[in-house]
Ligand binder design. Structure first.
Ligand SMILES: [Cu+2]
Length: 71
């Protein structure tokens, strides 16, 4: 398992947090998702052979938010 951090902008409430969490959880190979509203970050534990950062940022953007991998 690999842990990835993605900066998410556009979240304003816990409903947004739930939307982002659901979008990421739906990606095959994602094991665990923690989204923080105060930090605007999503921490994702996933199987790197199944999941790419690009796939995760796409899922967040499809849910209506801006996503950028955190360094
Ligand atoms: Cu919201």
């Amino acid at each position: 398992m690999e842990k990835l951090l993605i900066n998410v902008s556009g979240m304003s409430c816990q409903g947004c947090v739930r939307s982002v969490t659901a979008a990421l959880t739906a990606v095959a190979g994602v094991a665990q998702v923690e989204v923080s509203l105060p930090s605007g970050q999503a921490a994702i534990r996933c199987d790197p052979s199944l999941v790419s950062v690009a796939r995760l940022t796409e899922a967040i953007e499809a849910a209506g938010f801006e996503a950028r991998p955190a360094v």
